[in-house]
Design a protein around this ligand. Structure first.
Ligand SMILES: Cc1ncc(COP(=O)(O)O)c(C=O)c1O
Length: 352
C-alpha cells in the first residue's frame, strides 16, 4: 500500500474543509436557525442570494434537499416537472419529487452539450386537457454533470428558459456546480441565473464546505421552501457552525476553480491517448472528466488497481469519472495519471 496521502478524485464532494473553514466553524456565532436566530446562517443566506442575484436564500443540508424543496415550493401538487434525462433530479434523487412530493417527472433528452432542443421543451409543455397533468416546472442543470460537467452559457440559459417564461412556468436551476460554470465561462454567476426562478447551489462540492447547499429565489418562494425544509426534517438548530464554512466557500474558494478545470483538462488529455479509452474533450471544460471504456477494459478493475496506488476514482464497468477539487494539486494529477497508466499498462484493467 502506498504511504503517500490518498488522492481522492471520486467526487468534488471529497474536498475536505480548509483549515480556515475549520477555524471559522470553531468560532462561529450561532443561534437557533429554525426560528431565524442564527446570525451566521442569516449572513450566508443573504450573501448567497446576492451572489446568485435573487431576493432571498435558504441554507439546506444537501443539494438533493435544495432541489426537492424548490420543486415542492414551485410546482403544484399533482403537476408534472420537466427535467433532463441526464439530470440529477430525474436520475439520482430517488424520484423524490414523485415519492415525497406527488409531482411526476417527465424527462427531456439532454443533448451532448447538456442542453434541450427548444422545440422539445415547447412540445413537452401540456395543453389544458382533463387527461393531462399540468406542467408545473422546468428544471435545468448547470454545469450538466452527466454530460461531462459542461457549462451552459448565458445565451443558452436565455434560450432554454424562453418558452417557460413566455408561458408563465417557473424554472428551477440545479446549479450544484454553477460556480464552476461561471468560472469556466468567465462570467458572474448572475449572468447564468438571471432567467431562473430559483437556484440550488452546492457549497459542499468544489467549494469544499463540509455540508450544505443554498437555495435562492423570490422571498415568497423561499419562505415556502423553508416550510418544506422543516417538513422534510431539514430544520437545523445552531447551523451557524456549518454556515461559517459556507461563507468561506463563497468568499475564498471560487477563485481556485479555474485551476481545477485546468487540471481536469490535463487528466483528460493524458488518458484519452490510451487505446480503448474515449473522452469527449469538447465537454471537458470544468472539473469533471468522464471517460468511456471499450470492451477490453473494465473500469472497476482499473479503479481497484489505482486504489492500490493511493488514487481513488469513480468507476463502473464501461466508464470512469475523475472529479477535480482544490485538495488535488499538480503533483496529485501526476500521480493520478501515472496510476491510471500503470493500471492499464500492467493489464490490471483488462476486462475478464
Ligand atoms: C448535479 C447535481 N445535483 C444535485 C446533487 C446532489 O447534491 P447532494 O449530494 O448534496 O445531495 C449532485 C450531487 O453530486 C449533483 O451532481
Amino acid at each position: 500500500m502506498d504511504a503517500r496521502p490518498i488522492i481522492d478524485l471520486r467526487g468534488d464532494w471529497a474536498a475536505p474543509p480548509t483549515a480556515d473553514m475549520r477555524r471559522a466553524m470553531a468560532s462561529a456565532e450561532v443561534g437557533d436557525d429554525i426560528t431565524g436566530e442564527d446570525p451566521t446562517v442569516n449572513r450566508l443566506e443573504a450573501m448567497a442570494a446576492e451572489v446568485l442575484g435573487k431576493e432571498a436564500g435558504l441554507f439546506v443540508p444537501s443539494g438533493s434537499m435544495g432541489n426537492l424543496v424548490a420543486i415542492l415550493a414551485l410546482a403544484p401538487w399533482g403537476s408534472e416537472v420537466l427535467a433532463g434525462d441526464q439530470s440529477h433530479i430525474a436520475g439520482a434523487e430517488q424520484g423524490g419529487a414523485a415519492v415525497v412530493g406527488g409531482r411526476s417527472i417527465r424527462t427531456l433528452s439532454n443533448a451532448s452539450m447538456g442542453q434541450f432542443d427548444p422545440a422539445a421543451i415547447r412540445a413537452a409543455i401540456r395543453e389544458d386537457d382533463i387527461h393531462y397533468p399540468r406542467t408545473g416546472l422546468l428544471c435545468l442543470e448547470n454545469t450538466q454533470n452527466q454530460c461531462g460537467g459542461v457549462p451552459l452559457d448565458a445565451a443558452t440559459m436565455t434560450e432554454q428558459t424562453a418558452t417557460a417564461r413566455e408561458l408563465g412556468i417557473p424554472v428551477h436551476l440545479d446549479g450544484s456546480r454553477i460556480w464552476n460554470a461561471a468560472a469556466a465561462l468567465g462570467v458572474p454567476e448572475t449572468d447564468l441565473t438571471a432567467h431562473c426562478t430559483t437556484v440550488q447551489a452546492c457549497l459542499s462540492k468544489g467549494l469544499a464546505a463540509p455540508v450544505g447547499s443554498v437555495l435562492v429565489g423570490p422571498a415568497e418562494t423561499i419562505a415556502a421552501a423553508r416550510r418544506h425544509r422543516k417538513l422534510l426534517g431539514g430544520g437545523m438548530r445552531q447551523a451557524g457552525v456549518l454556515a461559517a464554512a459556507g461563507i468561506l466557500a463563497l468568499t475564498d474558494m471560487r477563485a481556485g476553480l479555474a485551476a481545477d478545470h485546468r487540471r481536469a483538462r490535463r487528466i483528460a488529455e493524458a488518458i484519452v491517448t490510451v487505446p480503448g479509452v474515449a473522452v469527449n474533450l469538447e465537454t471537458v471544460r470544468t472539473n469533471l472528466v468522464y471517460a468511456s471504456l471499450g470492451p477490453d477494459l473494465d473500469g472497476g478493475r482499473i479503479a481497484a488497481a489505482m486504489a492500490r496506488d493511493g488514487v481513488r476514482i469513480s468507476a463502473w464497468t464501461s466508464g470512469m469519472r475523475f472529479a477535480l477539487h482544490y485538495a488535488v494539486d499538480d503533483d496529485g494529477v501526476d500521480r493520478a495519471i501515472a496510476a491510471f497508466e500503470a493500471a492499464v499498462g500492467h493489464g490490471a484493467g483488462v476486462a475478464a
